[in-house]
Design a protein around this ligand. Structure first.
Ligand code: UT7
Length: 352
């Protein structure tokens, strides 16, 4: 089978997910905790989102510390030593630092992955799907190397906690997978089944936005025309919930349908769908649109809320460790997020 170019890749190697890991900080903030400070209620939040509580990083915890814990668990499950990792791709919208150094580099140091290249990837809540596909390409080119793919978020530190329409939605956490090629060199795999679709629609850039970047021009001194010293800008997360909701339902069902069609199967043959955990009503509407029983969709957002790039790998790790995800199951990982971005991967677990 001939591999095609980016965004639509069928891989011909024996690449597998070798291990998974997840981390949720111990501190829990319930809807009632939020309702004590804002004009909202557990009833409103749960009925509109399916969320009862979320994990929130404590003092001393950051995106990198949570990512390192999830990654360490994934490496242990995979039986891969830190020095055998050739690449770390870390998807996040809440990096340790504003721009650089990357959180992936901090994690590389924390884990002792001394032989790994490391970088962050920003595709919001679809970030893990993008990162997995990049790492798959890397292992495809360097079959002897292992890659660590991480989704990690400390969103509680970038939320506007006075905005009841957005702060109720999110939580902190991290998930990770280790991928590698377990085929003998030169042997072509017959196990590979994976297919990925990645996409974006920048026309929806205003639907979910965090202000405070270089786009905000410096004011000029009216007399000299020299830029004034910048005021520290207060970054704010803004959300047009209805627009994102409609986009999400449309894209989730389209991506899952298109993936199945590419692989000459139907959604009803899927064993499980690991969809980004943004809102239970989005997942229910997707299931209805696809005429799939809701039981096929992994659901954990009642206690995790939306952990953005971390949500899909946290779900995967829970499914693996609970024994619910078994070898040979046909699954789809699918997500969407700010950008707007979207993407999905069809795989026969654990083959990529
Ligand atoms: O992963 C990507 C990011 N995720 C998303 O963007 C999520 C997608 N969107 C959603 O999940 C939903 O649109 C929300 C949960 C954000 C909002 O639900 P909704 O059913 O679309 O509510 P709404 O925005 O239409 O608001 C309805 C009413 C408004 O009051 P008025 O104007 O009708 O008087 C809001 O002010 O509900 C009010 N409201 C709240 N009331 C109590 C909004 N947030 C709250 C709240 N508690 N937390």
């Amino acid at each position: 089978m001939k591999p095609t170019v980016k965004f639509d890749i069928i891989c011909v190697m024996g690449i597998r997910i070798l291990g998974t890991g997840g981390y949720l900080p111990p501190k829990v903030v319930t809807n009632n905790d939020i309702a004590a400070a804002l004009d909202t209620s557990d009833e409103w939040i749960y009925s509109h989102t399916g969320i009862h509580a979320r994990h929130v990083a404590e003092d001393g915890e950051t995106t990198s510390t949570m990512a390192a814990k999830a990654a360490k668990a994934a490496l242990e499950m995979a039986g891969v030593a830190p020095e055998d990792v050739g690449l770390i791709v870390l998807a996040t919208s809440s990096p340790d630092y504003g721009t650089f150094p990357s959180t992936a580099c901090v994690v590389q140091d924390l884990l002792g992955c001394v032989n790994a290249g490391a970088y962050d990837l920003q595709a919001a809540c679809a970030g893990f799907i993008y990162a997995l596909e990049q790492a798959r390409g890397f292992v495809n080119f360097y079959p002897e190397k292992k890659a660590l793919v991480i989704g990690a978020e400390c969103l509680s530190r970038i939320l506007d906690w006075t905005d009841r329409s957005s702060c109720i939605l999110f939580g902190d956490g991290a998930g990770a997978v280790v991928i590698g090629n377990d085929e003998e060199p030169g042997v072509s795999s017959t196990k590979t089944t994976a297919h990925t679709i990645l996409g974006a629609d920048g026309k929806g850039q205003a639907f979910i936005m965090r202000t405070g970047g270089t786009r905000e021009a410096l004011p000029l001194d009216p007399l000299t025309g020299i830029p004034l010293k910048p005021e520290p800008s207060i970054a704010k997360l803004t959300l047009q919930g209805h627009d994102v909701f409609a986009f999400a339902v449309r894209k989730l069902s389209k991506v899952v349908g298109d993936l199945c069609e590419k692989l000459c199967t139907t959604p009803s043959e899927l064993d499980r769908v690991f969809a980004h955990q943004a809102n239970g009503r989005i997942i229910e509407a997707t299931a209805r649109r696809m005429k799939l029983p809701i039981e096929k969709f992994w659901l954990n957002l009642e206690t995790t809320a939306n952990t953005s790039a971390a949500s899909v790998p946290i779900s995967l790790d829970q499914a693996v460790r609970s024994g619910e995800l078994k070898d040979g199951m046909k699954i789809v990982l699918v997500g969407f997020g700010a950008g707007l971005t979207y993407g999905g991967t069809y795989m026969t677990w654990p083959n990529l």
